[in-house]
Write a protein that binds this ligand. Structure first.
Ligand code: F0G
Length: 481
């Protein structure tokens, strides 16, 4: 895709695949979208998918699968124990990561559960470039604490830095010095979900894990978003330009003691697991698999999904396949930038990330600008995004509400799912909303769950701004949806 140049000089992300199975979409009128958003407690997680036109909530488990993946699913070897399907997945992981042992789990957070339960004791610290919601929840559940050591550029929304997910090495040595004897492990997330899918360089993986090894600290890679990160290393890190995707993958894995992943993202299917080359580490986690996930040869995954992951992992080694996501995201980001809309730059992986603090300067952080913007986007377009800001944080044990470092609305681009014209529709409606941003007000809690509150909490609008937004839409667009 990246190698095709157009005569016109224009730069469009040309797909290197064709679409052979489609699903009809529904775009309800704005009045129905307003009603659906209220019904969902202004939480996009609680919308019915039938009311959603473009589902940009996440890329998790909703990437388009390939013909080869679907074919492989028909060949699954269905056995509780010792299935050939598991052996195929295990061999593929060994080949790609060079790690002998594999513990299967039903998804990424299940792997996090096992890792946290095994290695985190009360009072321990887990150092990481940036946290992910479920990762942090498992660590704090075990009595541990997270320290975020991302470089300062990582939370600069409009930076030129190409690897904003990198860990700051000075912060790391300081963290190790302050927490002698209490460092459970160092976790690197590639790329960083909550700060805009920003990648980590191979050099940073090497530097961080060298410091860890010198200090005898366990290293863990969260490879859930590795696919986009591989593309960025290949295209942005000069020293890696001549390496194949397979070589880059292996070079990253070689740095770590443990690699875990959500196959809802990595591998275009649904599942997860933990890889390591160390028999003792594998043994220390092993018993938790049959206890919480399932037997050691499926770990809660269906055999069909395991077959799809095996093929998906092989396809992940193909640059023509993995660059579709980042190139669509870059295209959408550039179109938004052209219209003056505040968006995280440079474009990262996973999706396009709007900066809600700048989009809605009239709101303070306790009015949840990203939550309000996600609700407004749905009302204006039928596009479902996800709040990635203060609502996605968890309260401190004393009840205080931490303010998120970044207040973002994520518009995920599940891989190979949307067309360019659908992306242009989303850009157009967000552009309209930006011109009418003065109409958008805040949100307040109606029901606030104690854990992972963003998943099923309910909020209401401050005043009648949503009705006024829907009226303005009807006035400007006439009888158009
Ligand atoms: N780590 C990262 C970096 C993730 O992005 C996710 C999931 C997980 C771990 C947990 O994996 O969902 O399979 O249990 N991210 C999803 C998202 C939920 O929408 O970004 P899981």
């Amino acid at each position: 895709m990246s190698k095709v140049k157009l005569f016109s000089g224009e730069n469009i992300p040309l797909e290197m695949h064709k679409v052979r199975i489609v699903q009809k979409l529904n775009l309800p009128p704005v009045e129905d979208r307003l009603a659906a958003m209220k019904e969902a407690g202004n939480n996009t997680f609680l919308l019915h998918n039938r009311d959603v036109f473009m589902d940009m909530l996440t890329d998790s488990g909703v990437n388009a699968m390939s013909d080869n993946q679907l074919a492989a699913m028909m060949m699954a070897d269905d056995a509780y124990a010792g299935s050939e399907t598991f052996n195929r997945l295990h061999s593929k992981l060994k080949e790609i990561f060079g790690m002998e042992f594999f513990l299967p789990a039903h998804q990424g957070r299940a792997a996090e559960h096992i890792i946290a339960k095994t290695f985190v004791k009360p009072g321990d610290v887990v150092a990481m470039n940036f946290h992910f919601t479920t990762t942090k929840a498992h660590i704090t559940e075990c009595g541990g604490r997270v320290e975020e050591l991302v470089s300062d550029e990582g939370i600069n929304t409009t930076s030129r830095c190409l690897f904003k997910g990198n860990m700051d090495l000075n912060k790391l040595t300081d963290c190790i010095a302050r927490n002698q004897g209490h460092m459970a492990f160092i976790r690197m997330e590639a790329g960083t979900n909550l700060i805009g899918g920003q990648p980590v360089s191979l050099q940073n993986f090497r530097d961080v894990t060298k410091i860890a090894k010198d200090n005898g600290i366990l290293t863990v890679l969260d490879a859930s978003l590795l696919q986009d990160n591989l593309h960025f290393i290949k295209t942005r890190e000069e020293a890696c330009a001549d390496m194949s995707i397979r070589e880059i993958t292996r070079a990253i894995a070689d740095c770590f003691d443990i690699v875990y992943f959500s196959a809802r993202k990595l591998g275009f299917a649904r599942g997860g697991g933990i890889c390591t080359r160390d028999a003792a580490l594998s043994e220390s986690m092993k018993e938790l698999v049959p206890m919480f996930e399932g037997f050691l040869t499926y770990g809660g995954m269906s055999v069909r999904e395991m077959e799809a992951i095996t093929v998906g992992l092989e396809e992940t080694m193909d640059e023509d396949i993995i660059n579709q996501g980042p190139m669509f995201i870059e295209f959408m980001t550039n179109e938004l930038v052209k219209r003056g809309i505040p968006v995280v730059t440079p474009a990262g992986g996973l999706g396009c990330h709007l900066n809600a603090r700048e989009f809605l300067p009239q709101l303070n952080d306790h009015q949840y600008p990203a939550g309000a913007l996600a609700a407004a986007i749905y009302i204006a377009s039928g596009v479902r995004g996800m709040e990635r800001g203060t609502l996605s944080e968890q309260r401190e044990p004393d009840g205080t509400e931490p303010i998120a470092a970044m207040e973002l609305v994520r518009l995920a681009l599940p891989r190979r799912v949307f067309t360019l014209s659908q992306v242009m529709y989303a850009v157009d409606r967000i552009d309209w909303l930006f011109r009418n941003r003065h109409l958008i007000g805040g949100l307040r809690w109606v029901e606030e769950p104690k854990v992972l509150r963003f998943f099923f909490g309910r909020l209401e609008a401050d005043g009648d701004w949503q009705e006024r937004l829907a009226s303005a839409f009807r006035r400007d667009f006439g009888d158009s949806l």
